[in-house]
Design a protein around this ligand. Structure first.
Ligand code: SF4
Ligand code: SF4
Length: 324
């Protein structure tokens, strides 16, 4: 089914300014346990001696902090430019009205410019105004939180309820984590469910993506969608089959992954220890480190880390060699 993207788009998707590996955790469908997989994988990397950044990029409903049992700390507002119009300077040219792609600006009978809809902070109205009549105000669209616990740092983006600028909050939370990228061994990105542009934005730069699904008709259907999308961006992908012993469409779900040459990286059964961790807000890797569920995550973390054998060290060595 897949369309081919322009090579420059794929190149841009994969470009980063650092060498720390990024692993995405996503899923075409909501409610498949994506965040449970993400927080347990983060805990498993930490247990294996890694310094981990976990980005909760599901900014409409961020819940990794609840699943980890840690509070949201160090709030910082995510703001965008919002125009402020000076009617004394305005010459009524209406260039700002035409430039606004959100169709949010309106010229009233009194010849003043008024905002009547959503503003995404693009600054077009500010840039086109020939009379210096547009000032740069600011408007909060969400909050970025940074919580540090030992070798795990959780970056959480939370969109202000009722607003639509989730992409801006996703970008802000990724930017904050990426600014510290060299201090981490692994960056994990837990995306929103679905296949919309925020999911792609959240996964930009990921060297490997885990597509989480469950063996249900909806799970199989939505897995197909997310795998097709990831294939378009040429992302290395594997499937995590959650609740794999649910009676139903396991074979179909597994075949979806395998039919597209996508391996199943882990199968996680319905598990009382995992459920206990979920209810207590503690990763099973910490709560029951010797349980079979914990071992699945520890093994998965080991295998994923092995996929980047000394990549970071090699890049640093190369950079040093180039300086000599
Ligand atoms: S572009 Fe500037 S001068 Fe023209 S209508 Fe808008 S605010 Fe007024
Ligand atoms: S900043 Fe952009 S979206 Fe907002 S009012 Fe100006 S042109 Fe429209």
């Amino acid at each position: 089914m897949n369309k081919k993207l322009h090579p420059e788009i794929i190149k841009h998707f994969h470009s980063t300014t650092f060498t720390t590996p990024i692993i995405g955790v996503t899923g075409g469908k909501g409610g498949v346990g994506k965040s449970t997989i993400a927080i347990n994988l983060a805990a498993a990397f930490v247990a294996n001696g890694k310094k981990v950044a976990l980005i909760d990029a599901d900014v409409d409903a961020p819940n990794d902090s609840l699943l980890l049992g840690i509070p949201l700390e160090n709030p910082e507002p995510v703001t965008i430019m919002q125009p402020v119009f000076d009617s004394d300077k305005c010459t009524d040219c209406q260039k700002c009205v035409k430039a606004c792609q959100m169709n949010s600006l309106f010229r009233s009978r009194e010849k003043t410019i008024t905002m009547m809809g959503e503003c995404n902070g693009c600054e077009a109205c500010y840039l086109v105004c020939p009379a210096d009549a547009v000032g740069r105000g600011s408007h909060s669209v969400g909050t970025l939180y940074t919580t540090r616990r030992g070798d795990l740092t959780l970056y959480t983006g939370a969109l202000q309820p009722g607003l639509a600028e989730s992409a801006l909050v996703v970008n802000a939370v990724k930017k904050a984590a990426f600014a510290d990228a060299d201090n981490f061994d692994i960056i994990l990105v837990d995306t929103a469910p679905g296949t919309h542009c925020n999911v792609i934005g959240a996964l930009k730069g990921a060297g490997h993506v885990l597509a989480v699904t469950e063996p249900t008709p909806l799970g199989a259907h939505d897995l197909e969608l997310i795998l097709s999308l990831l294939d378009m961006f040429a992302v290395q992908t594997s499937v995590v089959l959650n609740r794999s012993d649910l009676p139903g469409q396991q074979e179909k779900t597994e075949k979806t992954g395998r039919a597209g040459s996508v391996p199943v990286a882990a199968e996680i059964k319905l598990d009382k220890d995992l459920l206990a961790g979920y209810l207590q807000g503690t990763p099973v890797v910490e709560l029951f480190p010797n349980s079979s569920a914990a071992k699945i995550f520890l093994d998965l973390a080991d295998r994923l880390a092995a996929a980047w054998p000394d990549q970071k060290t090699q890049a640093k060595t190369k950079a040093r060699q180039e300086q000599l």
